[in-house]
Design a protein around this ligand. Sequence first.
Ligand code: UT7
Length: 332
Amino acid sequence: MRRRLNARITGVGMYVPDEILDNKFFEKILETNDEWIRTRTGIQERRRLNSGATSDLATAAAKDLMEKHDVNPEDLDAIIVATVTPDMFFPATACLVQDKIGAKKAWGYDLSAACSGFLFGLQSGAALIESGNFKKVMVIGADKMSAIVDYSDRNTAILFGDGASAVLLEPTEDESLGLQDSILRTDGSGKDFLFMKGGGSLNPPTHETIDQNMHVLFQDGKAVFKVAVKGMADVSYELMQKNNLNADDIAYLVPHQANLRIIDATAERMGVTRDKVMINIDKYGNTTAATIPLCLTEYYRAGKLKKGDKLILAAFGAGFTWGASYLVWSLD
Ligand code: UT7
């Protein structure tokens, strides 16, 4: 009989571009100010990639992981890239990354779940590992949000940044480690609150779609805020109940970094104090699929994560998509 396999994280990597856009940058081009941005969002600065595409961000994160954890690209079985800013419709960004890193034996695909992309990718990658058929699966969250942000819209321009982060999943027979459980949801009736309508089969690119500004991101921030708080908090709480966890059991809540006020509300609902919440929104803003693995990588590298730590990962994004995962950290 095949033994039950858990997927555990055996490597992490990240990349953010060098160019920093601080809040003062937006004061110069929009009717906004540093104080509003910091108090309403928690963001102080974000990064922007000037030349290159999402596959370049993802490749840099993958290479960082492989270098730090001594991984041979030819040993990778699969690459999942979670993104809403693929280099192009096709081929998939995962194919471009596969080629750029020399993962000659890997297959892979892109996954579109916006800010929940990493959680959906983690669950998908874990299922490949748990099948017993794949031994090394890389899950990358990568977005070049600057490619679809309207820098004349103060409601959205200040929120997003570019970045990528990768994790490597491998099997373990130790059921106490790795991904334990996830609750993931979608609700397409949320499609009118956060979207980019142009460029796809519904509105193929024309001069008209460009004139109507359909190739940039639109968000009804207030509406998304309300459902994001409830969605993330409810699902995290449900996951804790299901797994008999209370706040004291949890080493960290690792929330999607969209707004510090949403993060605080989620933590409060779970009864988790601020010191147990991973936060880096101040430095990077909302990097969409990259926020959660960026947090994991930075906290791990800062020595703040130890093997056996119980984590709740939670996200909410366009779709709507949302969910929470219960992960036991497995890197020394
Ligand atoms: O990651 C995917 C999921 N996304 C989210 O979770 C984001 C959810 N939404 C949010 O984080 C917040 O709604 C925002 C940060 C986008 C906006 O914050 P808010 O507190 O909901 O502000 P608001 O949209 O209610 O706007 C309040 C005021 C408005 O002015 P009036 O109508 O009261 O005069 C806005 O025009 O703030 C104004 N405003 C700004 N003022 C200065 C909006 N953006 C700005 C800005 N600078 N950048």
